[in-house]
Write a protein that binds this ligand. Structure first.
Ligand code: ZN
Length: 389
């Protein structure tokens, strides 16, 4: 629909696809970028109905969302679509494939919880499914990721994703430029972009570098999700060591100049642990927080948290520690905080223990056996489901 709208300039299609986008991303998207609340009909549910344990979020739907948001960006040139694309890509999409590269999840829910002695959801990765759309779809999608890093229009080069790479592109007829990105993103926020025009005299064109919403205190392009508190550090962009004024155009800083060999753009994005809340109309997330770091959504898994996660209360007032673990889950940044665990002793008594809370990126879940997992944490006892259900 988006392709037809842009290729034919059909305004009715354009208005319709934009309206559907507004609805889907204002009222029907999970924090991981996952789409589709209802497994029964593999589709959207009512507005703001985003159940956590029964979230469907099919891997194919996340891939479709990347395709859709990329086309919306191509139509409007607005970074908000890449913000959704990035959130989906690094969270709800790649969580569909195991770290072994050969086991998959069809569904990508926000939690696995033991209910009536049974673990909810499709909690085991599988090499194949009866209806095996997701494994084949993700295998087709992964090699296409380089195509999402840059975009070009006239003499503008858009830097959309921060992935280390070297690319050569034709900016004006027969005028090539080689761009090299170096970073340890998303674990670190400093990105170096080396620009090397082939022409020794240099090349005049504009680099549009995306400044992600999350780096500007905007968790999501709509009011569906918001951060608590504000960033301590600010975004900084420099060209050859000279700081630039952060004037944004559709979410991009435009740097139009005569680029010469050896020119370097340095972008520094504030990587900080954030607490995210959902719109108050999302019933399942009332009184809860999710924890994020840059573009990455985190979760707690049973393995790191004393066997359970449905009994955890995560107080808002606390500092999380970041720690990169090179040998864990192919190398991940873990977050460490403190949780209060409610332990049910019998029908009439509970006790509470304070324990370390260990969080891993959501995409790396379900690689160490089956057990409880959770993205949204109650901050108060009254929102703990095991006591209130
Ligand atoms: Zn599928």
């Amino acid at each position: 629909m988006a392709d037809v709208a842009s290729l034919t300039n059909n305004l009715e299609y354009l208005n319709a696809i934009t309206k559907i986008w507004e609805n889907a991303f204002t009222k029907k998207t999970y924090i991981t970028g996952g789409l589709g609340q209802a497994g029964n009909w593999e589709g959207f549910g009512p507005d703001y109905e985003l159940s956590n344990h029964s979230a469907y979020c099919e891997t194919c739907a996340a891939i479709a969302s990347v395709y859709w948001n990329h086309r919306m960006f191509m139509m409007y040139g607005d970074a908000k679509y890449i913000d959704v694309l990035e959130r989906t890509l690094y969270n709800g999409l790649i969580s569909g494939i195991g770290l072994d590269g050969k086991t998959f999840n069809y569904e990508n829910p926000m939690e696995y919880t033991i209910k009536n002695g049974k673990l909810t959801g499709e909690n085991k990765r599988s090499p194949w499914f009866t209806c095996s759309c997701c494994p084949t779809n993700i295998c087709r999608f992964m090699p296409s990721i380089p195509g999402y890093i840059y975009a070009q229009k006239d003499n503008r080069v858009y830097v959309n994703l921060f992935i280390s790479n070297t690319s050569t592109m034709e900016v004006s007829p027969k005028e090539n430029v080689t761009i090299t990105q170096t970073s340890n993103y998303p674990w670190e926020g400093n990105i170096k972009i080396n620009v090397e025009p082939q022409n020794k005299k240099g090349l005049q064109y504009a680099m549009y570098v995306r400044i992600p919403g999350w780096a500007k205190n905007q968790a999501f392009p709509t009011d569906l999700y918001a951060y608590k508190g504000t960033l301590v550090k600010e975004v900084s962009v420099k060209v050859n060591g000279q700081p630039l004024e952060l004037k944004l155009e559709n979410g991009y800083i435009a740097i139009d100049r005569l680029w010469k060999k050896g020119d370097v753009i340095e972008v520094d994005l504030p990587m900080e642990v954030r607490q995210t809340i959902a719109n108050a109309k999302v019933k399942d997330d009332i009184g809860k927080i999710a924890i994020e770091y840059g573009p990455i959504v985190y979760c707690a898994e049973f393995v790191d948290n004393n066997g359970h996660t449905s009994n955890l209360i995560v107080p808002e007032k606390q500092q999380f520690q970041t720690s990169f673990q090179p040998n864990l889950l192919n190398g991940v940044m873990t977050l460490k905080g403190t949780a209060n665990a409610i332990n049910i002793l019998d029908d009439s008594s509970v006790n509470t223990t304070t324990q370390p809370l260990v969080l891993i990126p959501y995409y790396a879940r379900s690689n160490r056996g089956q057990g409880e997992m959770r993205v949204w944490f109650p901050t108060k006892i009254k929102n703990l489901e095991i006591l209130t259900e």
